[in-house]
Design a protein around this ligand. Structure first.
Ligand code: PHE
Length: 356
């Protein structure tokens, strides 16, 4: 067979190879140790110098052309394989979600989203802080010095002591986000901070991890009337009632002065709680005007700015709104419970489209 014939037959094989394995077989048959081109190379030794020079050059050119054809075919096959895969694995994202969609949104996630929607509409941004806090943000800056009795009430989870003797802790409330926000931003400040909180406590109405939402407004003029209005608007929107009576009871928190606990009216008819009806009261949150010491710790001048803060149990308002009796079930990941109390994943709460 002449070199030209050999080249033709190899290139025909290359063109015929329909996948990478077939192409590799063609390569081995031509360029492998015992391949057709390699065998011809071995005959060069027996040739005259003149002949060897001519044949050697021709064989090397042939080798290059074959290698080139192999590489080109390989690229083409890879592209074809990718296109075939893309076509086979194509997903039509415009199709509606499957009706048998089993997963549900956890009631706490639902309520979290509802709260963000309502306060978002009132002009509040969402702020965040770490779960692992230091003493300064969780206590000191909130006007709770080391010997303050409020520290005992918090049932704090502490980490092991560091070299300098200080201990990190799991935040016992979302109030440290007040400090972090004030240190990072200039008034006017209007934020809520939903998030996890931790206390060493467990019974029907307490779990070691629970959720709170903090609220903070700081500017030059905000007063107690604004606090009452914001909370009233929130309660009506959240519980989806035309009106709800509110009772502001004098209370005490180290970080607010004056401090108030807030109750809303409800009825217990038929063993079911109905918010906004009846003459019973339910406590739902703690609030007050931000203490001057706290404003100072947040890096601002309490003679120039003032404001209010509140803290509410997300799990608690979730139980009240959706009639869920036992808090502990929130964290047990029981599928039957989730299917009963969960929300459809495709229903995103909005004020315009309905919260729940
Ligand atoms: N941090 C308080 C608590 O966890 C709630 C609160 C927040 C009260 C802000 C007043 C102002 O009990």
């Amino acid at each position: 067979m002449s070199l030209a014939q050999l080249e033709q037959s190899i290139l025909a094989e290359v063109a015929k190879a329909s996948d990478e394995a077939a192409l590799e077989a063609v390569r081995v048959a031509a360029l492998g140790k015992k391949g057709s081109i390699s065998e011809r190379m071995k005959t060069l030794g027996a040739m005259s110098p003149e002949e060897r020079k001519e044949q050697g050059a021709a064989l090397n050119l042939l080798k290059d052309r074959v290698a080139e054809a192999l590489a080109a075919r390989k690229g083409l096959l890879a592209e074809e394989a990718l296109n075939a895969r893309l076509a086979a694995e194509r997903i039509d994202v415009t199709l509606p979600a499957r009706a048998e969609l089993k997963g549900t949104v956890h009631p706490v996630s639902q309520v979290w989203e509802e709260v963000v929607q309502i306060f978002g509409d009132l002009g509040f941004a969402v702020a965040e802080g770490p779960h692992i806090e230091d003493d300064f943000h969780n206590f000191d800056a909130l006007n709770i010095p080391p010997e303050h009795p409020a520290r005992q009430e918090h049932d704090t989870f502490f980490f092991n002591e560091k070299q300098d003797g200080s201990r990190m802790l799991l935040r016992t409330h979302t109030s440290p986000v007040q400090i972090r926000t004030m240190l990072a931003e200039k008034p006017p400040i209007r934020i809520i901070a939903p998030g996890r909180t931790f206390r060493c406590d467990s019974d029907m109405t307490h779990t070691p991890m629970f959720n709170q939402v903090e609220g903070l407004v700081i500017d030059e003029k905000t007063h107690l009337g604004n606090l009452k209005w914001v909370l009233h608007e929130f309660c009506k929107a959240f519980f989806e009632v035309d009106d709800v009576k509110m009772r502001f009871r004098a209370s005490h928190f180290p970080f607010t002065e004056p401090s108030m606990e807030v109750d809303i009216n409800c009825s217990w008819e038929g063993g079911q709680v109905k918010i906004g009806q009846g003459d019973s009261w339910l406590e739902i949150l703690g609030s007050g005007m931000v203490h001057p010491n706290v404003i100072r710790a947040g890096g601002h001048d309490p003679d120039k700015v003032q404001g209010f803060a509140f803290g509410m149990g997300l799990d608690r308002i979730c139980m009240l709104k959706y009639g869920i009796p036992d808090l502990r079930a929130f964290f047990e990941a029981d599928l039957r419970w989730l299917r009963h109390y969960g929300f459809r994943a495709v229903n995103v709460p909005t004020l315009a489209g309905g919260l729940s």
